[in-house]
Design a protein around this ligand. Structure first.
Ligand SMILES: Nc1ncnc2c1ncn2[C@@H]1O[C@H](COP(=O)(O)OP(=O)(O)OP(=O)(O)O)[C@@H](O)[C@H]1O
Ligand SMILES: [Mg+2]
Length: 528
């Protein structure tokens, strides 16, 4: 046998390929289309007889031209991004929408071998050639990507029943880990976001609060962390007990005690999106349901100041009354008040009822969309209907209260990097005697200029607490005085009343006497 020189062999290969391509072109041009389809069909059947492999394709966009990127394709992309980045030689880097980091995936026409329970599976990334006869309104690039999975037919069952599920779950988990979380809020009407109409609009959620920075009793904090983590891992448990995978938290306490901060810390801990539901902007119960259906899993649904949004009887509250109630609360925040006033005006058009809200929390629809946490916040827990906050609806009631010494220590560590200080004991005493919110403590601990150091900030805090103490004393005195005055007024009024009564009695008696003497005179014949 004579060996062909390398160059000559290559030339022959090229000419053979060119010949094949020429035949293909002729075939496509001169053989009628239906004959071509027949020939293709039988060729596939013939190949299937001798070729022992099964192929599954996953297209990036579904073939009916719909614009949504296939969820399966996205999950596979993420799954392969961890596998392919170590094995494939050519990778493409992409900043995929909603992701916070670069995604490395197989480049076009690249292939990798994955292994699952000893089975080898081949993933290939391919591109369909553009169909020039179809005019696309949406995408300027008609090339469609797809993944092709090839495996031996004896593994059909394990691949279709187990492996593909594994790929989807892994892919989704990677997506959750790498995605940017979102903060949604509801609008008054639907609008286009990307390719679909929705009532939610969103921004990237970037709140820095964590449970480390949250000032609270350590035990209570740990209990909440454990509760949240257990919840996220309890899919099978909830299924077993036949309960929708959701959990309700009621956060209550005075303004500035960290309720909103806690929600941000929760979302950061379990990496969920937040849906901040503005109930006053929801037209009616059916719109509320629509909003619920339009949320994704792994989300925290928040309704802030629930007492201001819904009356217990199902009718909206008169804001003026509410405003009066809040006068003695220390929520002196004008902007907040303005906002709430506006909400109250808006709420006049809203017909969401208490039963609508209860349905929203644990009706049949509440189970759709995967795991969900519902959080209500309120400053006045006693005003809420017991039905709304009963266990099972709001599973965990968390009181956020005034700053304790333990909570202060967290703030001192965060704001001043202090673990201990001479003044801590004095501050402990002051905090035990006085009610000051963590928001006020935090404000005093924050240096206001570069000259202010930890000592100055702690001094500021102590002075602030002393001032508060003095204010509270004066307020108490004033209240006492007002009470005494009120009592005096009441006594005076009572006396007046008594006098009036006596007077009336006296005149009645006089009248009676007069009548009796007239009668007697008549009887004696003095008067006829
Ligand atoms: N427990 C806390 N830990 C850390 N920071 C806190 C805490 N409570 C309040 N703060 C600080 O005070 C600010 C206001 O707190 P936040 O908005 O969470 O209070 P809130 O309880 O939601 O009040 P409101 O009832 O008025 O909505 C926050 O920006 C945060 O910096
Ligand atoms: Mg708040």
């Amino acid at each position: 046998m004579t060996m062909m020189p390398g160059g000559e062999m290559l030339t022959q290969l090229w000419s053979a390929m060119a010949g094949l391509m020429f035949i293909c072109a002729m075939f496509k041009q001169y053989v009628p289309f239906d004959v071509q389809t027949h020939i293709e069909k039988y060729t596939h059947k013939l190949i299937a007889l001798v070729y022992p492999y099964i192929q599954i394709t996953f297209h990036e966009y579904s073939t009916d031209g719909w614009f949504e990127r296939s969820k399966a394709y996205t999950a596979i992309e993420r799954y392969l991004s961890t596998n392919s980045s170590t094995r494939a030689k050519r990778l493409k880097a992409d900043m995929v929408r909603d992701s916070q980091s670069l995604i490395l995936s197989m480049d076009d026409h690249e292939e990798i071998i994955d292994e699952f329970r000893g089975i080898k599976l081949k993933w290939a990334s391919r591109k369909t050639s553009p169909n020039r006869q179809v005019i696309s309104f949406y995408r300027d690039n008609d090339e469609r990507m797809f993944y092709k999975l090839t495996f031996h037919r004896r593994h059909r069952d394990i691949v279709t029943n187990t492996y593909l599920n594994h790929v989807m779950e892994e892919g989704k988990a990677i997506e959750v880990r790498t995605r940017r979380r979102k903060l949604y809020t509801n609008n008054k009407s639907e609008q286009w976001v990307g390719y679909r109409r929705t009532m939610w609009s969103h921004v990237v959620f970037e709140h820095p609060a964590t449970f480390d920075t949250l000032a609270m009793e350590p035990n209570k904090k740990q209990e909440i962390i454990n509760d949240l983590i257990t919840f996220t891992k309890s899919k099978d448990y909830y299924k077993k007990i036949g309960k929708a995978w959701k959990r309700g938290y009621l956060l209550f306490g005075p303004p500035g005690t960290g309720k909103s901060t806690m929600i941000a810390a929760m979302a950061n801990l379990i990496e969920y999106d937040i849906y901040d539901l503005e109930l006053t902007a929801v037209k009616d119960n059916s719109e509320l349901r629509k909003l619920l259906i339009d949320t994704s899993g792994k989300s925290i649904m928040v309704i802030e100041d629930i007492d201001c949004s819904l009356d217990l009887t199902g009718q909206r509250k008169k804001k003026e009354k509410d405003k009066g109630d809040k006068k003695d609360g220390d929520k002196g925040n004008l902007i907040e008040e303005e906002k709430k006033k506006k909400d109250a005006e808006d709420s006049k058009d809203s017909k969401v009822t208490l039963s609508g809200l209860l349905n929203f929390i644990d009706g049949l629809w509440s189970a759709c969309g995967g795991e969900r946490i519902i959080v209500f916040t309120t400053n006045y827990v006693e005003k809420l209907d017991p039905a709304l906050i009963r266990r099972g609806r709001m599973d965990k009631h968390i009181e956020m209260s005034y700053c304790s010494f333990e909570a202060f220590k967290v703030l001192a560590r965060n704001y001043l990097d202090l673990e201990s200080h001479d003044s801590f004991e004095t501050i402990r005493g002051l905090l035990e005697e006085n009610k000051i919110t963590p928001a006020d403590v935090a404000e005093n601990l924050m240096p206001k200029s570069s000259e202010e150091d930890a000592d100055t900030c702690l001094k500021n805090l102590m002075e602030a607490i002393e001032r508060l103490k003095e204010e509270a004393r004066l307020k108490a005195e004033e209240e006492e005085k007002a009470k005494a005055e009120e009592e005096e007024e009441r006594l005076k009024a009572e006396k007046e009343k008594e006098k009036e009564k006596e007077k009336e009695q006296k005149s009645a008696e006089e009248e009676k006497e007069k009548k009796t003497s007239v009668a007697e005179a008549k009887e004696n014949g003095v008067i006829t």
